[in-house]
Design a protein around this ligand. Structure first.
Ligand code: F6P
Length: 509
């Protein structure tokens, strides 16, 4: 850690702790100062999201101290390196060019992305036009970053209508695949095999079983029903997928950042190309904001300031996200991988031990359900948990407007209650209050808003990594377990007594 960085951290830590009530009382302009809308489009496609960080403990002193930390960490240069396609994933010697998929990045990467998208669009539209015969179902097989984004986006955007019925299967547990088979007609089903490396054991095993299922159910040319989404196109061809149905994406797009690439194929197939492009456009709007805005006005950086404050200064070990919207039911799962696989690290980018906590545990759920399950702890438990609320002004349902009104009032009431607290008649009924939350309020939860929300979280994750001095783009922590499972599967490996006994008990010893 450089002297400037450690001085900046000391400055952050020295800021006097004031309660949220005090912060609101002393600054009538607080809501305006700490709420901001990002907007896009005009006329019918106009939209926006209000980001309200006023119910966090960020104040003028903290914002200034964190701005000094960002400067000491070289935030502007790191951002330029990210967007300029430099090899900022230093441990793997790679760039991280997911924003180029949305049109923001080095000229070469943006051009390559446009060419690959054009190829993907042709295939999506050809399928819609019947080039592969009637296609009613898609079984999308992938795991981690090759599944969580597509699953979340398809779930969010197809509540009204899906052009193709998509089933995302990730788990090696055969039950997951059997469930998809039960819901699909083999004669009208396509299989998408999504894997950056095209080697992941879960995906390749599931893909082989899906082909067998097609064959066993009368499909004469099962591999003719497969589309491959991968950064290793040669492996897909070797595996038997015809080149015309291989949709490549660049190696420099990380798995958990790959929704925007051909990994988003099921989204485009389900909602149509225009909607997929609207999702990219929403993300691009956030990219531009992130690229062109400095200091606290950069919403992704501002959110990271609050994240760092709660984790490093207040010792919060988790952060929670509650979407008051059924369409975002899978968002917490998606964010878990994005944030925990990116920033769950114990060494800095130059491979020295970190001096404090890195990523908190991300968890969450859907409101109002979560209120009746986990909010007790959030209001009165001994853990301080910073919370994000996400909601949409426009309803996703067409029922009595009372539904949406009650949904929104509950969302806003929770934030207010967590902050206000209540004296109560006795200690059991006492609410300490002063519990922080942030709110993201979309005009409408359409494809553009979803793209914007996801890109916001990507850049927030990156901003946190920069403030911590870590590399968010590698994930070596997943390797050891994979290696040991492989050894075990092959009947080798030198395992401890407990593990040997478990193998024995399962009849695998
Ligand atoms: O095991 C973790 C991981 O490497 C993730 O980072 C990735 O998203 C996932 O596995 C799937 O990898 P692939 O797309 O190569 O199958």
């Amino acid at each position: 850690m450089t002297e400037a960085v450690s001085a900046a951290w000391q400055r952050v830590e020295a800021v006097p702790q004031r309660t949220l009530k005090e912060l609101f009382a002393s600054d009538p302009g607080r809501v305006t100062r700490l709420s901001q809308r990002l907007e896009w489009g005009e006329g019918e496609i106009a939209g926006g999201i209000r980001f309200d960080w006023s119910k966090t403990h960020l104040d003028e002193d903290l914002l200034a101290a964190f701005e000094a930390l960002a400067e000491a960490r070289g935030f502007a240069a790191q951002r330029a390196a990210l967007l300029g396609g430099e090899k900022i994933n230093v441990t793997e010697g790679r760039a991280a060019e997911h924003t180029a998929q949305r049109g923001v990045g080095s000229e070469a990467a943006v051009e390559e992305a446009a060419a690959l998208h054009a190829r993907m669009k042709l295939l999506v539209e050809a399928i819609h036009e019947g080039a592969l015969g009637p296609v009613k179902h898609l079984i999308h097989i992938g795991i981690g970053g090759s599944a969580l984004g597509p699953a979340m986006a398809v779930d969010a955007l197809t509540r009204d209508l899906a052009l193709v019925d998509v089933h995302v299967v990730s788990n090696i547990d055969g039950l997951a695949l059997e469930q998809a088979f039960a819901a699909c007609d083999p004669a009208t089903t396509l299989i998408a095999v999504a894997s950056k490396t095209f080697t992941t054991i879960e995906t390749m095993t599931n893909a082989a079983s899906a082909l067998n299922w097609l064959r066993d159910n009368g499909v004469s040319d099962p591999s003719g029903r497969v589309v491959a989404l991968t950064a290793s196109p040669e492996k897909a061809v070797e595996w038997g997928v015809d080149e015309t149905r291989v949709l490549p994406f660049p190696e420099s797009v990380g798995g958990r950042y790959s929704l925007w690439s051909s990994i988003g194929f099921p989204v485009a197939l389900a909602v149509g190309w225009d909607e997929f492009e609207a999702m990219l456009a929403g993300a691009r709007m956030v990219d531009e904001h992130f690229r062109d805005t400095d200091g606290r006005d950069n919403l992704c950086l501002r959110a990271a300031f609050a994240d760092q404050y709660y984790t490093s200064v207040r010792g919060c070990q988790t952060r929670a996200v509650f979407a008051y919207d059924e369409r975002l039911a899978l968002l917490p799962d998606y964010l878990q991988q994005l944030e925990m696989e990116s920033n769950g690290k114990r060494v800095t980018a130059d491979q020295r031990p970190v001096s404090g906590p890195t990523a908190p545990i991300t968890w969450g759920g859907v409101g109002t359900d979560a209120q009746h399950a986990v909010f007790q702890l959030l209001h009165q438990g001994t853990n301080l948990v910073p919370i994000d609320f996400i909601a949409s002004v426009a309803p996703g349902d067409a029922l009595d407007p009372a539904h949406h009104r009650i949904l929104l009032t509950n969302c806003f009431a929770q934030g207010a209650a967590l902050m206000a607290g209540d004296a109560g008649e006795d200690p059991a009924r006492h609410f300490p209050g002063d519990r922080p939350s942030a709110t993201m309020l979309c005009d409408d939860l359409n494809a553009a808003a979803l793209g914007a929300l996801v890109a916001f979280h990507e850049h927030r994750t990156f901003a946190n990594a920069v403030l911590l001095g870590i590399n968010p783009f590698d994930q070596f922590g997943v390797e050891l377990g994979k290696r040991m499972a492989k050894d075990m599967e092959a009947g080798g490996g030198d395992f401890d007594a407990s593990t040997r006994a478990l193998l024995e008990a399962a009849g695998l010893g």
